[in-house]
Design a protein around this ligand. Structure first.
Ligand code: CLR
Length: 715
């Protein structure tokens, strides 16, 4: 995959589709050409430049309009593609059913190109635009049309960015002149905010960024008095401006917003200004800094994928499902052929009397209590633990950062990313794996292979191990549930370990406490709290302290962290919301370090599963041939649940549990002890009992293969 690829921007006068421009359907406007991608004319052979996203020139000429029919992937529940008429003008992509509808203003949707991550696939002629709250999967009918759109989309992105830059300069200029009105071009951009009233705040902000206050480094308290109550952001030199100027016209408003917040204006005040869609998309909460930063960083990406996929062709039939979360075209033979949905939606479990179950088991370890299958999601805890690797790319990045402090920031973001699922998953519980159950997750596309095993039943311990070229990850988790009457606390012991062989690092950290609030009601919510300390056992250059902040009046899911040097001084500071993203402002370029993938639209119907989670229990014929029979994917009750056959699943669950009890009794009778197959018990440097991978799984899988080994019969 090749990030940051865009054809050179075209000014209005040098449209790639000059041939098309001459088609009768095209209309010309001075300095504002119109290109119809539906025309049949030939354009000069295009090549996609590998290199920078162009456009720092500040050229403000408006790129030509581009319009025509494209195929657009349907939204759930309808599948397949449909033909829609698109119009790209001044960086805004609008679409309707027909050209007439567009002309009449009957829009189906619109999207700001500069706010979207664009993924393209030349072979399949696909362009995916992900603006966070809006995701368009588009496909051109021919390569010519594909290139026209690609070129134009890039040109419009650049235009929007330059426009924002110039608006910004204009504001600064106006402020420096003490003007109360703004130059015309800023009003042309949007002009919705009462700029004059904010100018004094901006000026102070401007002083801050120019280093007049605090010797070039100003510490701003409470950016957002609600979300970032205690989060302190330092703004060094011009860095704060840097992120803002690169926004489109939204920038201005984000700037003002931050300026206002800093000046202790309330969100309500800001919301009384006319907000742009990007700011108001999370209507129930104020935008966080993480949001805005994430938007910028995403928007600067254009991802090109070279590969094609056979599955793509079948999409035409309208039979395959939508992919809503991938921002790039997956590699051949992989994600595209992974499933994007589950065989059946989840069943309503609100009728299950959790109260009776919990009250009958007060004081007991709930992981031992058998519960009705309707409370389960079709994943086991072994699979659940592998979800912690969903954002393994953070470790790949860390493994390429020479600076140990910055490396730590990425390791920290990885540790936080493993908690993101919680905001969508509070209605169902994973299956408790039976003793000896295994689960592998071989992700060639992500570059790691993961294996896990249930190594102990009492207490339940799940051990797992993943390796890739860049890192090794392992943990053995034991957890205890504590029921407090209304909420359940899950306390996990066992450390998470990550090594980065390139630097000889070995990081280890504890887990935060997970709490299910209002467990008896349907308005359950999950919270993580406590402190996570990340240590590098191979070097004491730095440690990291992450605080999952316990809920306060309005700051939900807040997390803050610091990277400290040996003397205890703060080298890096980061923070954000564990379900939304982590932002670090102490790096040379303040950055959104991590942002969770966009949830599929239909996540509520499918247990709150992300796209990644949906893939975990898929059993393809290739996998069937190589997996050991102990793999979770073969667990019959879980499979039945996945297929929506609740009553049968319940019956099978009893049988599986009964079989486990019998095996245990038999072993006890014979005086035997269960010996895990792929993990061995050991003691770490601090004298703690740990379960380590014995290195045999992938070897056996290959030779002689599990079909030729003796395997446990678990179900
Ligand atoms: C009453 C029921 C249906 C409500 C749903 C309970 C859910 C939210 C509970 C049940 C089991 C729990 C998991 C048990 C063990 C772990 C491993 C730990 O390292 C992180 C938290 C994690 C992953 C827990 C997350 C929350 C969890 C999934």
């Amino acid at each position: 995959m090749d990030p940051q690829v865009c054809p050179p921007p075209l000014s209005s006068s040098q449209s790639v589709i000059s041939g098309l421009d001459k088609s009768p359907a095209s209309t010309f406007r001075p300095g504002h050409s119109r290109s119809s991608s539906t025309g049949s004319g030939k354009h000069s052979k295009q090549h996609v430049d590998r290199g920078l996203v162009p456009g720092s020139s500040g050229d403000l000429s408006i790129p030509g309009i581009c319009e025509g029919y494209l195929m657009k992937r349907r939204k759930y529940p309808l599948k397949g593609w449909h033909k829609r008429y698109f119009l790209l003008e001044k960086g805004i992509l609008k679409y309707s059913k027909t050209q007439q509808d567009i002309q009449r203003g009957k829009l189906h949707g619109s999207l700001d190109i500069s706010m979207a991550v664009m993924s393209v696939n030349k072979k399949t002629k696909r362009i995916d635009l992900d603006a966070g709250d809006n995701l368009y999967h588009l496909k051109a009918k021919s390569h010519d049309i594909f290139y026209i759109w690609l070129t134009k989309l890039c040109a419009h992105r650049v235009f929007r960015k330059n426009e924002a830059m110039s608006v910004h300069r204009g504001v600064l200029h106006a402020l420096s002149l003490g003007q109360s009105t703004l130059p015309a071009f800023s009003q042309q951009s949007r002009g919705t905010v009462s700029i004059t009233s904010c100018s004094s705040k901006l000026k102070t902000w401007n002083d801050l960024q120019s280093g007049d206050v605090g010797g070039g480094a100003a510490v701003i308290h409470s950016w957002d008095s609600c979300t970032y109550n205690s989060y302190r952001a330092s703004c060094v030199g011009s860095t704060c401006w840097k992120f803002t100027v690169d926004f489109t016209s939204h920038t201005l408003q984000v700037d003002l917003f931050i300026g206002l917040k800093w000046s202790n204006y309330s969100w309500n005040h800001v919301s009384s200004l006319q907000r742009t869609p990007s700011l108001s998309r999370h209507s129930n909460r104020p935008p966080s800094v993480a949001d805005s930063m994430a938007e910028y960083f995403d928007a600067s990406e254009v991802i090109v994928c070279e590969t094609s996929s056979e599955a793509e062709a079948s999409d035409e039939s309208g039979l395959s499902d939508i992919t809503t979360t991938t921002t790039s075209e997956p590699e051949e033979g992989h994600c595209e052929c992974r499933r994007t949905t589950l065989p059946a939606p989840c069943a309503d479990n609100s009728h299950i009397g959790i109260m009776t179950i919990l009250y009958n088991n007060i004081g007991k370890d709930l992981s031992r209590v058998s519960m009705p299958v309707a409370l389960n999601e079709p994943l086991s805890l072994l699979q659940r633990l592998s979800e912690e690797l969903e954002y393994s790319e953070l470790l790949d990045i860390a493994s390429n950062i020479d600076d140990p402090y910055e490396r730590m920031v990425y390791v920290a973001a990885f540790s936080i990313s493993g908690y993101a699922w919680a905001s969508w998953r509070n209605r169902y519980k994973p299956f408790n794996p039976v003793l000896g159950e295994t689960y592998e997750n071989y992700r060639e596309d992500k570059g790691f292979q993961y294996i896990s095993e249930q190594v102990s039943h009492h207490p339940p311990i799940s051990a797992c191990h993943a390796e890739s070229e860049n890192f090794t990850f392992w943990q053995d988790q034991r957890w205890k549930y504590k029921f407090w009457g209304k909420s359940v606390e899950i306390i996990s012991s066992g450390l998470v370990n990550v090594t980065l062989p390139r630097y000889g690092d070995h990081y280890e950290w504890n887990k935060a406490v997970t709490c299910i609030h209002n467990v008896l009601s349907q308005q359950r919510s999950l919270e993580h709290y406590g402190e996570v300390i990340i240590r590098n056992t191979k070097s004491d250059v730095c440690t990291c302290k992450i605080t999952f902040v316990k809920v306060r009046t309005c700051a939900h899911n807040e997390v803050q962290g610091v990277v400290l040097d040996q003397a205890g001084s703060v080298i890096h500071r980061f923070g954000g919301l564990w379900h939304e993203g982590i932002f670090c402002d102490t790096l040379p370029t303040p950055k959104c370090i991590w942002k969770p993938n966009v949830q599929p639209d239909d996540y509520v119907q499918f247990y709150g599963f992300s796209s990644y989670a949906r893939e975990l229990n898929e059993l393809t014929s290739e996998l069937k041939a190589v997996l050991p029979p102990t793999d979770t994917r073969f667990r019959p009750d879980q499979r039945l649940l996945e297929e929506g056959k609740i009553a049968e699943a319940d019956k099978r669950k009893d049988e599986v549990e009964e079989k486990q009890r019998e095996r245990r009794k038999e072993m006890a009778k014979k005086g035997e002890e269960h010996i895990p197959r792929f993990f061995r018990k050991s003691v770490d440097e601090a004298g703690r009992e740990v379960w380590l991978y014995n290195g045999t799984y992938w070897m056996l899988r290959k030779d002689p293969s599990f079909a030729n080994t003796e395997n446990l019969d678990l179900w």
